[in-house]
Design a binder for this molecule. Structure first.
Ligand code: ARG
Length: 470
């Protein structure tokens, strides 16, 4: 980690890039309050990439000489190595990552370093850095989501035939395949990837060339810079380019949805792992014990994912609020975009990585799932459908089955535990073939259409999903 000479060293001797207009230095407190170097250092690599592309363009169109360009490239190479090895000294007095790097460049190469900022402002520079950073982060996150989806599919494949109770209102509703349940999360994450792909298109536009806000009088070539930095195009309006952060807000909205999906899954894992359900067990490495209750194994990781979702939602609201009353064009408010954005990326990346590993360590208690499905009369709808298919209006069938459930409850058995004579008391249409319908497997199998829970459909869905990942 590089060092940051900080708070205690006022170092008034460092000349500010903008100090020419001022008659007194800022107080130490204001210096600390306005500096972003404590957190924007992590943009350094993108700042260097942006500066190199800008300098190459300046040289290509003849604004700076090729000798200056060579010096800038040499200096940046050295700076990059200093940063990577942790030797670079970051100065709080130099405010931010841009001025720290520029100052060091000038120390290393002299006047050529001072020419780098021609036809550029920190306003278009920082917007470019953040976009480059976010583009890379989105690509990383998409890879993480795909790994998580892969883990979901592997588990779903193992459990295409595993029966669990499906819930509505957290009351047992109908039997479903556990694999099918997991595939619901595959779908959510697939939409999350689509959203990120779309968001990336708007992130991947070049602000450089907008300069402070109005563009520049130099004969710059923005398309060349965009091409060098791998942008799909340029920001079309200079005021918009330096001032809006909607691309970051949009990303945070995507992140909030991803976390929301993972939070829902977390809630389920927590419930399923509770001894009252006993459906699954998480590997020990994702849980902790209690310092007072020796029997406890707490699902800390899913609980924290659920908890951290609040923090990610908070970042989204922070950025929306940051933007909402800003007049055009750039305002220093925008410096506050970074910490929420960085934390969103970090939290989301860690969450996805941990989750992927956690999926591979889930042990399923099939017996517990079955017995809850049985006790909950999960096949009651199947009985109603059976009667309807034999000509009874659905509402009457519903009523007959409700009576049968009450009777079974008294007898303390499942619907399939009733004898044919008992069942026929509720409708003479019931025949021996009812027992195929009342089993959990029979119920699953009958939902045999695209999107349904029949194990054969689950296998088809898994194959389809794997294709999307390849
Ligand atoms: N540190 C600033 C930020 O993050 C860089 C841009 C500063 N521009 C300015 N005009 N003061 O937004």
């Amino acid at each position: 980690m590089a060092t940051l000479r900080d708070k205690k060293s006022p170092a008034r001797n460092v000349k500010k890039a903008w100090s020419g207009r001022f008659v007194e230095p800022v107080s130490e407190l204001v210096q600390r309050y306005t500096a972003s170097i404590g957190f924007d250092r992590r943009l350094a690599e993108f700042d260097i990439q942006g500066s190199l592309a800008h300098a190459q363009m300046l040289s290509a169109v003849g604004i700076i000489s090729s000798t200056d360009l060579a010096s800038i490239e040499r200096g940046m190479d050295k700076i990059r190595k200093e940063i990577q090895s942790g030797r670079f000294v970051w100065l709080l007095e130099l405010e931010d990552v841009h001025l720290n790097i520029e100052k060091r460049l000038t120390t290393l190469i002299g006047d050529a370093g001072k020419r780098l900022h021609t036809a550029r402002s920190r306003n278009d520079q920082v917007a470019t850095d953040v976009r480059l950073y976010l583009r890379t982060s989105i690509d990383d996150i998409m890879r993480c989501i795909k790994a998580m989806q892969q883990a979901l599919l592997d588990l779903a494949e193992k459990h295409a035939d595993t029966v669990m109770p499906g819930f509505t209102h957290l009351q047992v509703a109908q039997p479903i395949s556990f694999g099918h349940h997991l595939l619901a999360y595959f779908e959510m994450l697939q939409r999350d990837v689509e959203r990120l792909v779309d968001c990336r298109k708007r992130v991947n536009k070049l602000p450089l060339g907008a300069a402070a806000l109005a563009g520049t009088s130099y004969p710059i070539d923005r398309k060349l810079v965009a091409h060098k930095l791998g942008f799909d195009g340029i920001c079309e309006n200079s005021l918009d380019a330096v001032s809006d952060r909607d691309f970051a807000i949009e990303f945070c909205a995507c992140a909030a949805l991803i976390m929301t999906h993972l939070s829902r899954l977390s809630e389920e894992l927590i419930l399923w792992m509770s001894p009252s359900f006993g459906f699954i067990d998480l590997a020990d490495r994702f849980c902790t014990g209690s310092s007072i209750m020796p029997q406890k194994k707490n699902p800390d990781v899913p609980e924290l994912v659920r908890g951290k979702t609040g923090r990610i939602n908070g970042h989204l609201v922070a950025l929306l609020t940051l933007m909402k009353a800003q007049p055009l064009a750039y305002n220093k408010d925008n410096q506050e975009d970074k910490e929420p954005l960085f934390d969103t990326v970090d939290t989301l990346t860690d969450t996805l990585r941990i989750y992927t590993d956690m999926m591979t360590g889930i042990r399923v208690n099939q017996e517990a799932m079955r017995s809850v499905a049985m006790k909950g009369y999960a096949t009651a709808t199947d009985l109603a459908d059976y009667l309807t298919k034999k000509g009874l209006p659905f509402r009457d069938a519903h009523e007959a089955v409700a009576q049968a459930v009450r009777f079974a409850e008294k007898k303390n058995c499942d619907l399939s535990g009733l004898t044919l004579t008992e069942l026929r008391k509720f409708s003479p249409k019931i025949k021996q073939d009812i027992y195929a319908v009342l089993t959990l497997e029979g119920s699953l199998k009958s939902r045999n259409h695209p999107g349904g829970t029949a194990p054969s459909q689950v296998r088809i869905a898994i194959r389809r999903a794997r294709k999307k990942l390849s």
